[in-house]
Design a protein around this ligand. Structure first.
Ligand SMILES: [Zn+2]
Ligand SMILES: [Zn+2]
Length: 293
């Protein structure tokens, strides 16, 4: 009976391994020397792209996963994002490595905020690209989620199944992806080392609990979100708008952080700002929330 995210032996737990960089490029100190995108292969079928802080201070992370039959991109970047150009280059390189000529691409989103969809126009009308609709109903149908948000959907990229878990609260449209192949859980803006802006607090509490339940008994190699705002110093973050973050926190969190989030949320009598070691719960009034996240 596997109640925890555990394996019988410390032997890699049967998930496909990969590597993360020891530090990411952020946005400086000299923007002239900073590439627009950092492209990191976690392994040869899983790419992490980070937009430069010199392009947009949000410097979001994008994820590109390849299966045997199709690829899936999570998010398209912020501001003047030219994600379509850079993703096309990564795909072309992948195809050359595999000796293939084409692979269909699905463009999905962790949620609907502007700093994750800004590069969408570049993908529209591209050959071999399917955009997941940026609506709750369209997203629900695309991933075969019977009941929103309690149900779980999935997509098979070809010998690579991703589970799709609705986690509204930061945004009505927030979803998490669980990649069974690597054991990586992609949590978008709902859990990352930074300020977790909560628009709908009761919904966010329930989503965190459901994500804990979903991961129970599953191997979780990394929890990867879409920003880093935290410093490597515990309980400290970089102010909103910071481009250059030479001492930023690592991208990867663990299921332990998810448990910590759930516990903290459930301990609150009412929504309140709550700084933990590696992230801060940051409730916002849905109506007065700034548009940026
Ligand atoms: Zn957001
Ligand atoms: Zn964001």
């Amino acid at each position: 009976m596997l109640l925890l995210a555990q394996a019988p032996q410390p032997d890699g737990a049967g998930v496909r391994p990969g590597t993360l960089p020891s530090a990411w490029i952020t946005g400086g100190p000299d923007c002239a020397a900073v590439p627009d995108w950092q492209i990191h292969p976690y392994n040869e079928d899983f790419y992490i792209l980070r937009e430069s802080g010199c392009t947009n201070y949000e410097k979001p992370f994008l994820y590109l996963l390849f299966g045997k039959e199709r690829a899936l991109l999570e998010d398209t970047g912020a501001g003047k994002s030219d994600a379509a150009r850079i993703v096309s280059q990564v795909i072309a390189k992948w195809l050359a490595q595999k000796g293939r000529t084409s692979i269909p691409l699905i463009v999905a989103h962790s949620h609907s905020h502007g700093d994750h969809v800004a590069g969408d126009p570049g993908f529209r009308g591209m050959d071999n690209v399917t955009m997941v609709p940026l609506t709750l109903e369209g997203t629900r149908q695309f991933f075969g989620i019977e009941k929103w948000p309690e149900g779980i959907g999935w997509i098979d990229l070809g010998e690579r199944v991703l589970d799709v878990i609705p986690i509204p609260g930061h945004d009505a449209l927030s979803i998490a992806f669980y990649d069974r192949q690597t054991g990586i859980l992609l949590t978008g803006d709902s859990l990352y080392p930074g300020r977790l802006y909560v628009r709908d607090f009761p919904e966010f509490v329930r989503s965190s609990a459901r994500l804990v339940e979903f991961t129970r008994g599953k191997v979780v190699a990394h929890v990867l979100g879409t920003h880093i705002e935290e410093m490597s110093t515990p309980y400290r973050d970089y102010p909103v708008g910071t481009k250059y973050q030479p001492e930023e926190h690592s991208l990867a969190l663990s299921r332990g952080h998810l448990l910590e989030l759930k516990e903290a949320l459930e301990s609150m009598d009412k929504p309140a700002r709550y700084a933990l070691r590696d992230f801060t719960i940051w409730p916002q009034e849905p109506r007065t929330a700034p548009k940026k996240q």
